[in-house]
Design a protein around this ligand. Structure first.
Ligand code: IPE
Ligand code: IPE
Ligand code: MG
Length: 240
């Protein structure tokens, strides 16, 4: 049988890196790059929905980003609160369901209520799940899952840990993109990316447009996902 249309990754995860450099190259303050990054995310959400991606998970603020200068951290917090107020109605109109993934401790009460409101306001949407990882770290996620199981007296197995993890509501990412040229994970989705296809883009996040997304998806479509099997096994299953 002729092969069907090229597969679209069901779950795309993105480390949105390079905002600071985008701004610095334009002699702008770093926060201007983060603002442009919000616009880029908006464009990316729309493009993913149009292409049939079901889940988009983005890294917006890491457990380690607290170590940045205080004015950048407070700028990022303000930007998040502002973006929630502005973007949530538009995202909801586009059929996007929001989840905020990460440690709530350490966030202001205003921020936490903003996150909860945004989740509630979009809970009925079904077109695209958008997970925004904020105050998130892959190690935190594994540790909090283990702590939850221990507190409940449950056995720790791969399955129980998986179900206690912060992204238990979605399948594992198929395609993991990092913009900004660095080739590292920086503590993003350590557990869930075990079999994700990795794609590193030299584009800075504010420049990551539809064409760049299509390039990443095309690279994904050219990969053979073997999950430990041999190539011959995979092609015989595909042909069946
Ligand atoms: C990523 O962009 C956004 C956050 C970490 C919040 P950066 O701010 O890390 O941008 P660069 O890497 O300094 O260019
Ligand atoms: C990763 O980018 C975190 C986010 C994009 C939110 P960083 O810029 O913080 O990563 P490192 O420090 O270069 O590894
Ligand atoms: Mg960076």
């Amino acid at each position: 049988m002729a092969s069907s249309a090229p597969r679209i990754p069901h779950h795309v995860a993105i480390v949105m890196d390079g905002n600071g450099r985008w701004a610095t190259r334009r002699f702008l303050p770093r926060i201007a790059g983060h603002k442009q990054g919000v616009e880029s995310l908006r464009r990316c959400v729309k493009a993913c929905a149009e292409r049939g991606v079901g889940v988009l998970t983005v890294f917006a603020f890491s457990s380690e980003n607290w170590n940045r200068p205080v004015e950048e951290v407070s700028g990022l917090m303000e930007l998040m609160v502002g973006a929630l107020a502005r973007e949530v109605p538009k995202l909801s109109a586009d059929g996007v369901r929001l989840h905020f993934v990460g440690e709530r401790a350490g966030l202001s009460p205003k921020m936490v209520s903003g996150l909860l409101d945004a989740e509630a306001a979009t809970a009925h949407n079904t077109r695209l799940v958008l997970n925004v990882c904020f105050n998130y770290g892959g190690r935190w996620d594994i540790a909090q899952a283990a702590a939850k199981l221990a507190a409940q007296g449950e056995a720790i197995t791969e399955l129980s840990l998986d179900r206690a993890m912060a992204l238990a509501h979605v399948p594992d990412p198929d395609l993991f993109i990092r913009t900004g040229g660095e080739q590292r994970l920086s503590n993003f989705l350590l557990w869930q990316s075990a079999y994700a296809e990795l794609f590193f883009s030299d584009k800075l996040w504010p420049e990551f447009d539809e064409a760049a997304l299509d390039e990443a998806i095309a690279a994904f479509q050219g990969r053979e996902r073997r999950f430990g099997q041999t190539s011959a096994q995979v092609s015989s299953t595909a042909a069946a």
